[in-house]
Design a protein. Structure first.
Length: 76
């Protein structure tokens, strides 16, 4: 009886947790790893790393503006 109750509790609790990597968005970016989709480079990036690499301020607003801006050839 005790073994059955323990098994039931373990099963219920195990169903409450998301598996590692279970927080991917529709583009496959792993949010818990700090990754966000950037349409301009068409890949998952970390905003602060992209800001340092491309020379813009490391703020959510600057990231959004840079990633959604069109390039000089008209492409995003």
């Amino acid at each position: 009886m005790k073994a059955g109750l323990v098994w039931l509790l373990v099963s219920v609790l195990a169903g409450c947790f998301s598996p590692p990597g279970g927080d991917r968005d529709r583009h496959g970016c792993l949010g818990s790893g700090g990754y966000q989709w950037c349409p301009r480079v068409a890949e998952c990036v970390r905003s602060w790393e992209l800001a340092e690499e491309r020379g813009f301020e490391a703020t959510p607003e600057a990231f959004q503006a840079w990633c959604t801006a069109e390039t000089s050839d008209g492409a995003r």
